[in-house]
Design a protein around this ligand. Structure first.
Ligand SMILES: Cc1cc2nc3c(=O)[nH]c(=O)nc-3n(C[C@H](O)[C@H](O)[C@H](O)COP(=O)(O)O)c2cc1C
Length: 255
């Protein structure tokens, strides 16, 4: 067994103990805790130090209610203490450039800068998630807000060149679900070259059985999907095909 210094062990345990939480107590998160979570989000690495993201913290019940509906009636968006919306944000960069009398539109409209802003938002979010969990909070990401990205953008007053990448529910857990098994390391970490996936067939089969057991246990026998069943089910119908036109409308023409 690997031995770690005490601090590393605590961090590793925290990371490896992650599971999404979808049921929260009514306890509110103190403002100081939220502020610390956001400070941690801000310390994530950021491409060229551009910090091309913004975070909207939603606490107003009526707004959370609407966002829950827009996300496909995901009730935990409404019942969580604090809902964070992570946005890719090129608007602030546009603003500061214009303030210097420089027009950077051509650069901001590239696919590259769309990727930069989206990755920045995701890195900040994962730092926030880890910080929240370190405080004993539970989190779940909500990609569901991209079901209705135009309505979300309007509700939150997002300007041109800002789009909602995903949301995140934060709150004190009122459930204690099992950790969901991940793919074997041999299926995601390759040394030096990408392998022929046929060589991983046995590992995938074994993982399928592990996931099946996980669902059987979690749903008391009601669900028995394997991982590959779930993948095929999820991917058999294209989802959120409106994203391309939404992004264009929102100032991300992906040139
Ligand atoms: C970008 C992103 C979007 C997600 N969107 C949703 C969502 O809308 N609703 C939900 O219940 N879970 C959502 N999840 C949570 C995933 O389903 C979950 O992370 C995954 O099944 C692994 O489970 P775990 O987080 O418990 O380990 C999302 C996760 C990510 C990373």
């Amino acid at each position: 067994m690997t031995t770690f210094p005490a601090q590393a062990e605590r961090v590793v345990q925290l990371l490896q103990g992650h599971r999404s939480i979808r049921k929260f107590t009514e306890e509110k998160i103190p403002a100081a805790t939220i502020s610390e979570i956001i400070r941690c989000a801000q310390m994530a690495s950021t491409s060229s130090h551009l910090q091309a993201y913004s975070i909207i913290g939603v606490t107003e019940q009526s707004l959370k209610q609407k966002l829950a509906e827009y996300a496909g009636n995901q009730t935990y968006v409404e019942t969580c203490s604090h809902f964070l919306v992570f946005c890719a944000d090129l608007h602030r960069l546009d603003y500061v450039s214009r303030a210097q009398g420089v027009d950077v539109t051509e650069t901001l409209e590239t696919t590259e800068k769309f990727i930069v802003a989206t990755v920045d938002a995701a890195l900040a979010a994962q730092n926030a998630a880890v910080a929240a969990e370190a405080h004993g909070l539970g989190i779940v990401y909500i990609g569901g807000i991209r079901n209705n990205p135009d309505k979300v953008a309007e509700l939150l007053g997002l300007p041109d060149k800002v789009y909602p990448v995903f949301g995140m529910c934060l709150g004190y857990p009122d459930q204690d679900p099992e950790v969901k098994p991940r793919l074997p390391q041999s299926c995601v970490y390759f040394e030096n070259r990408y392998p022929d996936l046929h060589s991983l067939a046995d590992e995938l089969k074994q993982y399928d059985q592990e996931v099946k057991q996980y669902y059987l246990q979690r749903t008391k026998g009601k669900r028995q999907d394997t991982w590959t069943d779930m993948v095929v089910k999820t991917l058999s119908t294209p989802s959120r095909t409106h994203m391309k036109s939404f992004l264009k409308e929102q100032g991300f023409p992906l040139k």
